[in-house]
Design a protein around this ligand. Structure first.
Ligand code: DC
Length: 337
C-alpha cells in the first residue's frame, strides 16, 4: 500500500552551471534509485540552494534531464555557520519502499532528529584496504568519509619538513605547537590542509608513512587530532578509517569493523599502488615497512591498533574491496532501514 512520504537529500556543488547540473542530477538519480521512485509517483520536488549558488537553478537541471514532475527552486537565507555551496531537495511521493534520505559530497542533514545519524568505524592495520573500502562505502551510502591517517601523515610531514626527529617527543611537540591541520571536502574528495596548504599530494610517500607512524605514538599528537575527528563525525553520517576509531575516537559508533589481511598480502597491495603511482620501490622493503609499522602501531602505549570488542572482524585476504564494501553496506542498510 503506497503512502505519501517525504524524502530528503542534499549535495554540495561548485558555483558553475556544470557543477550545479551534475550535482543536482546525481542527487536525484541516487534518490530515485535508492527509493525506487518513478516520476508517476512523485507529487513534487522542492529544491533550495544556499545563496552562494547563483549560476543555475538545480530544479532546471533536473527538468532538463527529463523528469516531468512539478519542480521548484528557491534560495536559502544566508545563515552564519551553515554549510556553503549546498543544494537541498525534498521530494514528496507515493511509495511503499523504506525512505532513504541521501547526503552526498560532504553535505549533511540539517534535521538529524528526523534523519537519524550514524557512524561507521573501520579500523585495521596499514594496507588492509581500509581507504578503498571506506571510499566505496561512502559513495554508495552517500555519507562523509574521513581518512584519519591523512591527519597523522600531515603532522608527520610537518615534522620531517622541519628536520625534527619524529620520535623526539619534546621536539615534535615544539614543532607542532602552533600548527593548524584541517580537513576540507572539495568536489567530494578529502583534502588535508596543513597551515592552510593542501598537502594531500605530499603525504603518501614511504618516508611520511614511517614519520606518521612514529608521531602517532605521541600522546600530544593523538590529543591534538581527537577533537578534529570527533567534530567531523558529529556533523553527518560518516565512515572513519583508522586504528583506534572503534576503541577511542568513537567508542559508541553504531557500526564497527576491523579489517585485516596478512602482512604479505598487504605489502603486495601497497607495492602495486606505489608502482602504479610511478614510485620506485622494492617489494621486500615495502614488506619490512608494513611489519615495522604493524609493530609500532600495535605496541604503542596509547590508543594502540586493537580490535574493539564489539567490532566485526573481516579478513580480506580472499576478498576484493568491493566484496568487503558490500558486506559493510549490507550490515548498515539492514539496520538503518
Ligand atoms: O592509515 P595510514 O597508513 O594513512 O596511517 C598513517 C599512520 O597514522 C599509521 O602508521 C598509524 C597512524 N594512525 C593512527 O595511529 N591512528 C589513526 N586513527 C590513523 C592512523
Amino acid at each position: 500500500m503506497s503512502e505519501l512520504v517525504s524524502i530528503r537529500g542534499a549535495v554540495t556543488a561548485p558555483n558553475t552551471v556544470e557543477g550545479i547540473t551534475e550535482a543536482a542530477r546525481r542527487l536525484i538519480d541516487r534518490l530515485f534509485f535508492k527509493n525506487r521512485l518513478q516520476d508517476k509517483n512523485v507529487v513534487n520536488m522542492v529544491f533550495t540552494s544556499t545563496a552562494d549558488l547563483t549560476a543555475f537553478y538545480p530544479a532546471r537541471a533536473v527538468r532538463e534531464s527529463g523528469h516531468a514532475v512539478p519542480l521548484f527552486s528557491c534560495a536559502e537565507p544566508n545563515i552564519d555557520g551553515s554549510l556553503g555551496g549546498c543544494i537541498r531537495v525534498m521530494i514528496t511521493a507515493y511509495s511503499d519502499a523504506p525512505v532513504h534520505n541521501i547526503y552526498l559530497n560532504g553535505a549533511r542533514a540539517l534535521r538529524q532528529d528526523i534523519c537519524g545519524s550514524y557512524a561507521i568505524a573501520l579500523d585495521g592495520p596499514s594496507g588492509a584496504g581500509k581507504s578503498t573500502v571506506a571510499r566505496l562505502v561512502s559513495n554508495s551510502l552517500g555519507i562523509t568519509y574521513l581518512d584519519t591517517g591523512a591527519l597523522y601523515r600531515a603532522l608527520g610531514l610537518k615534522v620531517v619538513s622541519n628536520n625534527v626527529s619524529p620520535s623526539d617527543a619534546e621536539a615534535v611537540e615544539r614543532c607542532l605547537k602552533d600548527v593548524s591541520v584541517a580537513i576540507e571536502y572539495r568536489d567530494g574528495a578529502q583534502c588535508v590542509l596543513l597551515d592552510g596548504d593542501d598537502v594531500s599530494g605530499k603525504i603518501r610517500t614511504p618516508e611520511i608513512s614511517m614519520a606518521a607512524s612514529a608521531v602517532s605514538a605521541l600522546p600530544y599528537v593523538r590529543q591534538k587530532l581527537l577533537g578534529i575527528q570527533r567534530d567531523i563525525a558529529a556533523k553527518s553520517n560518516v565512515i572513519l578509517d583508522g586504528r583506534d576509531i572503534g576503541t577511542v575516537v568513537l567508542p559508541n559508533a553504531e557500526f564497527k569493523f576491523f579489517l585485516t589481511a596478512t602482512a604479505e598480502v598487504r605489502a603486495r597491495r601497497r607495492y602495486d599502488e606505489l608502482i602504479a603511482k610511478g614510485q620506485s620501490v622494492k617489494y621486500e622493503e615495502v614488506l619490512d615497512d608494513v611489519i615495522l609499522r604493524d609493530r609500532n602501531d600495535s605496541t604503542r602505549a596509547i590508543a594502540p591498533l586493537k580490535k574493539a570488542y564489539d567490532a566485526a572482524e573481516i579478513n580480506s585476504d580472499q576478498m576484493s574491496a568491493q566484496d568487503v564494501a558490500r558486506f559493510i553496506i549490507d550490515r548498515v542498510e539492514e539496520d538503518t532501514k
